[in-house]
Design a protein around this ligand. Sequence first.
Ligand code: MTE
Length: 301
Amino acid sequence: MKKIKYSEITPEKIYNNRRSFIKSISIGAGSIAISSLPFSGNAASDKIDNKTSYKDITTYNNYYEFGTSKNDPYKNSQNFKTNPWNISIEGEVESPINLSMEEISEMFLSEERVHRLRCVEGWSMVIPWMGFSLSELLSKVTPTSKAKFVEFDSVYDPDQMKGQRYPVLKWPYKEGLRIDEAMHPLTTVVTGLYGKKLPNQNGAPLRIFVPWKYGFKSAKAIVKIKLVEKMPTSSWMRASPREYGFYSNVNPYVDHPRWSQATERVIGNDIFAPRVKTLMFNGYEEEVASLYTDMDLKKYF
Ligand code: MTE
């Protein structure tokens, strides 16, 4: 699988041309191994066939810093400044660091990772993300034995983010993972999508994506990663603890008080298309179920 630097992520057009090129040779010459070609996807992508369109992925968003309607982030984030951008990794670590996007680009190679984003509101999209495993980033700071959880802070900038002038959530947007969840190779630092740099409305310049959890666990525009001993309280847990638990694993058998989680509406399908069944851990049961053995997932929702 080809890995590239953040700074080399190409514009959409080149990506699409390359895609159709790959398609034509793989049809024409069945013997060429697709895995030897650029952007062939990862192991998890074989579970996922229909990618959501670039337009839907970038115009139907949740990003309360830019408003609470689905098209607010697209409308209100276009002038958001993401350069310069720094991210600090601190707390229970041997060697805290502060990295610029340029340094991140030099240090970590991005690859395409196609995953389904399942929102707790009951819809989903299949997104060809670009990124690398969070564990690669965490290995640079060497977590201490006290590092039991990882806390993510999104940026706080009410001058640029009008939504932060209202107490819809406690700002900055905060999320967290248990350390073993954070170290899991599927937990991704996202730098782009559809081979392009990450659009502002999707969390530029850097966001987290945790494929087996509801979408809100994947904080956008992060500036701080802190390793801590105690379980962090996320913005959503603080807003409504009865509705939002710390784990928030996709689970069709445990409903949200307001929304059944058994099925989902696939964004991009026409409005009469049937909802599809939601899969345990969003389809990653084999990869992640072992993180939760002996845990009552109704209690630890
Ligand atoms: N991160 C921040 N900082 N602010 C938010 O409001 N919304 C979350 C998550 N990350 C949110 C956030 C929710 S509810 C979802 S479903 C996903 O982002 C949506 O990601 P997408 O817009 O890229 O599809």
